[in-house]
Design a protein. Structure first.
Length: 91
């Protein structure tokens, strides 16, 4: 991936070497956070796909322990969804 393509991928502005050296600490932190967040979103998207596939493959059987496990799985997925909502929704 070229530098310009990478900048576009992460939503950061392309800089020359001398410009990068002149960034403030806050600007450097923000740029690094943007890169980390975009990378984590990619990983979360993959994890969501895996969770969805797992849910679709779950057997529908009459087993108390199995249903309790499913209730816990659903609870944890709901927690993740709520946490994501906390990040997205701003007052």
């Amino acid at each position: 991936m070229t530098y310009r393509a990478m900048c576009k991928h992460y939503g950061i502005r392309p800089l020359r070497n001398n410009e990068e050296n002149m960034l403030t600490d806050n600007e450097k932190i923000i740029r690094q956070c943007k890169v980390d967040i975009v990378d984590m979103c990619l990983h979360m998207r993959k994890a969501i796909d895996i969770m969805e596939a797992m849910a679709k493959e779950i057997k529908e059987i009459d087993d108390k322990e199995y249903s309790d496990t499913m209730i816990e799985f659903r609870r944890r997925v709901r927690e993740i969804r709520e946490a994501m909502g906390d990040v997205i929704v701003r007052d």
